[in-house]
Ligand binder design. Structure first.
Ligand code: GLN
Length: 220
Protein backbone atom coordinates (compact mmCIF):
# COMPACT_ATOMS: atom_id res chain seq x y z
CA UNK A 1 0.00 0.00 0.00
CA UNK A 2 1.20 3.51 -0.73
CA UNK A 3 2.80 5.43 2.11
CA UNK A 4 0.52 8.35 3.02
CA UNK A 5 2.06 11.81 2.80
CA UNK A 6 1.01 13.99 5.72
CA UNK A 7 1.71 17.71 5.96
CA UNK A 8 2.28 19.46 9.28
CA UNK A 9 1.40 23.14 9.25
CA UNK A 10 4.72 24.61 10.36
CA UNK A 11 3.97 28.28 11.01
CA UNK A 12 4.25 28.08 14.79
CA UNK A 13 3.86 25.60 17.62
CA UNK A 14 4.96 22.08 18.41
CA UNK A 15 5.68 20.96 14.86
CA UNK A 16 8.64 18.66 15.55
CA UNK A 17 6.77 16.39 17.94
CA UNK A 18 3.96 15.84 15.42
CA UNK A 19 6.46 15.10 12.65
CA UNK A 20 8.17 12.47 14.82
CA UNK A 21 4.90 10.81 15.89
CA UNK A 22 3.53 10.65 12.32
CA UNK A 23 6.80 9.24 10.96
CA UNK A 24 6.85 6.60 13.67
CA UNK A 25 3.37 5.60 12.51
CA UNK A 26 4.59 5.05 8.97
CA UNK A 27 3.67 8.32 7.23
CA UNK A 28 5.91 10.39 5.03
CA UNK A 29 5.84 13.86 6.57
CA UNK A 30 6.33 17.30 5.08
CA UNK A 31 6.34 20.72 6.69
CA UNK A 32 3.79 23.06 5.13
CA UNK A 33 4.48 26.80 5.16
CA UNK A 34 3.37 27.80 1.67
CA UNK A 35 0.35 26.99 -0.46
CA UNK A 36 2.37 25.00 -2.98
CA UNK A 37 3.59 22.72 -0.19
CA UNK A 38 -0.02 21.70 0.38
CA UNK A 39 -0.16 20.17 -3.08
CA UNK A 40 0.38 16.43 -2.92
CA UNK A 41 -0.29 15.93 0.79
CA UNK A 42 -2.90 13.33 1.70
CA UNK A 43 -3.64 14.79 5.12
CA UNK A 44 -2.73 17.82 7.23
CA UNK A 45 -1.96 18.29 10.93
CA UNK A 46 -2.57 21.67 12.54
CA UNK A 47 -0.44 21.83 15.71
CA UNK A 48 -0.97 23.67 18.94
CA UNK A 49 0.50 27.10 19.52
CA UNK A 50 -1.44 30.33 19.43
CA UNK A 51 -4.44 30.10 17.10
CA UNK A 52 -4.63 33.85 16.44
CA UNK A 53 -0.97 33.89 15.39
CA UNK A 54 -1.21 30.72 13.29
CA UNK A 55 -4.33 32.10 11.58
CA UNK A 56 -2.70 35.45 10.85
CA UNK A 57 0.47 33.84 9.50
CA UNK A 58 -1.57 31.42 7.36
CA UNK A 59 -3.46 34.39 5.89
CA UNK A 60 -0.25 36.32 5.27
CA UNK A 61 1.41 33.35 3.55
CA UNK A 62 -1.62 32.77 1.33
CA UNK A 63 -2.37 29.44 3.00
CA UNK A 64 -5.74 30.15 4.56
CA UNK A 65 -7.94 29.84 1.48
CA UNK A 66 -6.10 26.78 0.08
CA UNK A 67 -6.40 25.11 3.50
CA UNK A 68 -10.10 25.95 3.77
CA UNK A 69 -10.95 24.57 0.39
CA UNK A 70 -8.75 21.47 0.86
CA UNK A 71 -10.46 20.57 4.15
CA UNK A 72 -13.92 21.31 2.70
CA UNK A 73 -13.11 19.02 -0.22
CA UNK A 74 -12.37 16.16 2.19
CA UNK A 75 -8.63 16.41 2.94
CA UNK A 76 -8.18 14.60 6.26
CA UNK A 77 -7.11 17.02 8.99
CA UNK A 78 -6.11 16.66 12.64
CA UNK A 79 -5.88 19.68 14.95
CA UNK A 80 -4.47 19.75 18.47
CA UNK A 81 -5.37 22.58 20.86
CA UNK A 82 -4.89 25.75 18.76
CA UNK A 83 -5.37 23.39 15.80
CA UNK A 84 -8.81 22.50 17.17
CA UNK A 85 -9.61 26.24 17.35
CA UNK A 86 -8.52 26.69 13.73
CA UNK A 87 -10.60 23.75 12.47
CA UNK A 88 -13.79 24.86 14.26
CA UNK A 89 -16.65 26.44 12.32
CA UNK A 90 -17.63 28.66 15.28
CA UNK A 91 -15.60 30.23 18.11
CA UNK A 92 -16.36 31.68 21.53
CA UNK A 93 -14.03 33.99 23.47
CA UNK A 94 -12.14 34.80 20.26
CA UNK A 95 -11.50 38.14 18.57
CA UNK A 96 -14.33 38.71 16.07
CA UNK A 97 -11.91 38.86 13.15
CA UNK A 98 -9.86 35.77 14.10
CA UNK A 99 -9.01 33.96 10.85
CA UNK A 100 -9.84 30.25 10.88
CA UNK A 101 -9.86 27.28 8.54
CA UNK A 102 -13.10 25.64 9.71
CA UNK A 103 -14.38 22.25 8.62
CA UNK A 104 -15.71 20.92 11.94
CA UNK A 105 -19.35 21.64 12.74
CA UNK A 106 -18.57 22.59 16.34
CA UNK A 107 -18.50 25.63 18.59
CA UNK A 108 -15.14 25.84 20.35
CA UNK A 109 -14.41 28.03 23.37
CA UNK A 110 -10.83 29.28 23.45
CA UNK A 111 -8.83 29.13 26.68
CA UNK A 112 -11.87 27.44 28.16
CA UNK A 113 -10.13 25.97 31.22
CA UNK A 114 -8.46 29.31 31.96
CA UNK A 115 -10.20 30.15 35.16
CA UNK A 116 -9.70 26.65 36.51
CA UNK A 117 -6.14 25.84 35.52
CA UNK A 118 -3.83 27.09 32.81
CA UNK A 119 -2.17 23.75 32.26
CA UNK A 120 -2.99 20.36 33.68
CA UNK A 121 -2.99 16.65 32.93
CA UNK A 122 -5.88 14.30 33.11
CA UNK A 123 -6.91 10.93 31.73
CA UNK A 124 -9.36 10.78 28.84
CA UNK A 125 -11.11 7.65 27.61
CA UNK A 126 -10.95 8.00 23.85
CA UNK A 127 -13.65 6.17 21.91
CA UNK A 128 -12.32 3.56 19.50
CA UNK A 129 -8.77 3.38 20.90
CA UNK A 130 -7.64 0.12 22.43
CA UNK A 131 -5.74 0.11 25.69
CA UNK A 132 -5.80 2.34 28.75
CA UNK A 133 -7.21 5.90 28.80
CA UNK A 134 -4.98 8.56 27.26
CA UNK A 135 -2.86 10.74 29.44
CA UNK A 136 -4.03 14.15 28.17
CA UNK A 137 -1.90 17.29 28.50
CA UNK A 138 -3.94 20.50 28.41
CA UNK A 139 -2.16 23.83 27.87
CA UNK A 140 -4.42 26.90 27.78
CA UNK A 141 -6.74 24.53 26.05
CA UNK A 142 -10.06 25.03 24.32
CA UNK A 143 -13.06 22.73 24.70
CA UNK A 144 -15.94 21.95 22.40
CA UNK A 145 -18.92 23.83 23.76
CA UNK A 146 -21.31 22.28 21.28
CA UNK A 147 -20.99 19.55 18.65
CA UNK A 148 -23.56 19.62 15.86
CA UNK A 149 -24.51 17.56 12.83
CA UNK A 150 -22.65 14.28 12.43
CA UNK A 151 -19.77 15.22 14.74
CA UNK A 152 -18.78 12.27 16.93
CA UNK A 153 -17.67 12.98 20.48
CA UNK A 154 -14.56 10.85 21.11
CA UNK A 155 -13.49 12.07 24.53
CA UNK A 156 -14.57 14.10 27.53
CA UNK A 157 -12.90 15.40 30.66
CA UNK A 158 -13.46 13.08 33.59
CA UNK A 159 -13.78 14.61 37.03
CA UNK A 160 -12.92 18.04 38.36
CA UNK A 161 -14.78 21.27 37.65
CA UNK A 162 -14.81 20.69 33.88
CA UNK A 163 -16.21 17.15 34.20
CA UNK A 164 -17.99 16.08 31.02
CA UNK A 165 -16.58 18.79 28.76
CA UNK A 166 -15.90 17.58 25.22
CA UNK A 167 -12.17 17.48 24.38
CA UNK A 168 -11.95 15.14 21.36
CA UNK A 169 -14.17 15.06 18.28
CA UNK A 170 -14.30 13.64 14.80
CA UNK A 171 -16.42 14.56 11.79
CA UNK A 172 -15.73 12.28 8.83
CA UNK A 173 -12.01 12.86 8.07
CA UNK A 174 -11.46 15.72 10.50
CA UNK A 175 -10.27 15.01 14.05
CA UNK A 176 -9.51 17.49 16.82
CA UNK A 177 -8.27 17.19 20.39
CA UNK A 178 -8.08 19.94 23.01
CA UNK A 179 -4.98 18.24 24.36
CA UNK A 180 -1.53 17.38 23.00
CA UNK A 181 -0.94 13.66 22.35
CA UNK A 182 2.32 14.58 20.59
CA UNK A 183 3.83 15.52 23.97
CA UNK A 184 3.25 12.21 25.74
CA UNK A 185 4.93 9.57 23.56
CA UNK A 186 1.58 7.74 23.27
CA UNK A 187 0.98 7.65 19.53
CA UNK A 188 -2.48 6.11 19.43
CA UNK A 189 -4.23 9.28 18.21
CA UNK A 190 -1.59 9.83 15.52
CA UNK A 191 -2.00 6.18 14.51
CA UNK A 192 -5.75 6.76 14.23
CA UNK A 193 -5.18 9.79 12.03
CA UNK A 194 -2.68 7.98 9.78
CA UNK A 195 -5.29 5.22 9.41
CA UNK A 196 -7.97 7.78 8.45
CA UNK A 197 -5.60 9.18 5.80
CA UNK A 198 -4.81 5.66 4.51
CA UNK A 199 -8.48 4.77 4.18
CA UNK A 200 -9.27 8.05 2.46
CA UNK A 201 -6.48 7.36 -0.03
CA UNK A 202 -7.75 3.84 -0.61
CA UNK A 203 -11.30 5.10 -1.15
CA UNK A 204 -10.09 7.68 -3.60
CA UNK A 205 -8.24 4.95 -5.48
CA UNK A 206 -11.44 2.89 -5.47
CA UNK A 207 -9.84 0.09 -3.46
CA UNK A 208 -12.14 0.25 -0.45
CA UNK A 209 -15.24 -0.54 -2.49
CA UNK A 210 -13.96 -3.92 -3.64
CA UNK A 211 -13.44 -5.44 -0.21
CA UNK A 212 -15.63 -8.47 0.46
CA UNK A 213 -18.32 -7.91 3.08
CA UNK A 214 -17.13 -8.89 6.54
CA UNK A 215 -13.47 -8.26 5.78
CA UNK A 216 -12.45 -6.11 8.70
CA UNK A 217 -8.84 -5.55 7.70
CA UNK A 218 -7.76 -2.03 8.42
CA UNK A 219 -10.72 -1.34 10.71
CA UNK A 220 -9.83 0.24 14.02
N1 GLN B 1 -4.90 29.11 23.87
C1 GLN B 1 -4.38 28.85 22.56
C2 GLN B 1 -5.31 29.36 21.49
O1 GLN B 1 -6.46 29.56 21.65
C3 GLN B 1 -4.15 27.37 22.33
C4 GLN B 1 -3.05 26.85 23.21
C5 GLN B 1 -2.34 25.64 22.69
O2 GLN B 1 -2.38 25.33 21.50
N2 GLN B 1 -1.61 24.98 23.53
O3 GLN B 1 -4.84 29.57 20.41
Amino acid sequence: MNVPVIGVLALQGDVREHVAALRAEGAEVRSVRRADELTGVDGIVVPGGESTTIGKLAARFGLLEPLRSAVRSGLPAYGTCAGMVLLADRLLDAPPDQPTVGGLDVTVRRNAFGRQADSFESTVRFAGLDGPPLQAVFIRAPWVEEAAGDVEVLGRVEGGPADGRIVAVRQRNVVATSFHPELTGDRRVHALFVEIVRRHLAQEAGVGTRRPAGDERGQS
